[in-house]
Design a protein around this ligand. Sequence first.
Ligand code: SAM
Ligand code: DTB
Ligand code: SF4
Length: 332
Amino acid sequence: MNAVDNSLHRAEAAAVRTDWTRAEIEALFELPFPELMFRAQSLHRRFFDPSKVQLSTLLSIKTGGCPEDCAYCPQSARHDTGLKATKLLDRDTVLAAARDARDHGATRFCMGAAWRAPKDRDIDDLCEIVDEVKGLGLETCMTLGMLTPPQARRLKDAGLDYYNHNLDTSPEFYPQIITTRTWQDRLDTLASVRDAGMSVCCGGIVGMGETVADRAGMVHALATLPTHPESVPINLLVQVAGTPLTGADRVHPIDFVRMIAVSRITMPRSMVRLSAGREDMTDEMQALCFLAGANSIFSGDRLLTTPNPGGDRDAALLARLGMSTDANAGSV
Ligand code: SAM
Ligand code: DTB
Ligand code: SF4
């Protein structure tokens, strides 16, 4: 390594820290907005091209009827949301959706199942799906609930690139949102995914009635994992009638943008995904999120069970902003 490379390496190591304190992260949330945005943009430009965003498309491969009690989720069998439960989709249906996503510019295909955890007998079918989706030239991601280390290894061996498993909120607020699985269960699944050699997609939700300290607590938990998640989805709660969180106080757009900026500053090499909730956001709010360092979105007109803006609105927004899509968000 020559002297220039060496000093670049040191500069990068100084920016990518896993020793954040909660007080430091709370202080970022308190910064004057222009200062916060300047810091987020400076780091964003160091590691990515700020005019590029990556597109991922979601497909619910097994919808509804979930035994867990996540208060935000329309797919929990404990909430009466009128959603019809389905079985695992067959391979050809999944492949047709993946091909369509790819043809509309997605580079990653994320398959979600409303399970507490997959059964070992499901893993054969899932591995076959992963192999075929990968064969289309897409990055693969799944979110299936808790995974054991052997299940994670089998999915990795089949070609699964990413596993999504969110911490969702701060450790303190977590028990008010989910009681059927613990915070430690989440960390254990994240460790199984890491140890199997997969990339981690892990983030959470804003707008569930949490405090700013809870938001800082969630970012702290993510940014002090042994390795930062490669993808950090920041969701704005989609309020679905029949879930306990319907009617929760709405988050001010600027406070949501702060969450994106703090995620960008604390995890500067990660893809920060402006995830659920874009249907309720103005173009201006989304533009501020991109300025704050968001560099990935979900494309397509559905998330898992709820609506998403879809290709035409997104294409118009990116064109208006002079932005374009790129599989790595112009990673430098
Ligand atoms: N069942 C699996 C699990 O929970 O691990 C995977 C699917 S689950 C739907 C994936 C994530 O979607 C949740 O962790 C949560 O962060 C997010 N999510 C679910 N419902 C949401 C909603 N109404 N608004 C925003 N995000 C939501
Ligand atoms: C994530 O953090 N957000 C996505 C993905 N990971 C699986 C899911 C959002 C779901 C929004 C509610 C729904 O459409 O059911
Ligand atoms: Fe089930 Fe996942 Fe929804 Fe929780 S978030 S109820 S585990 S589908």
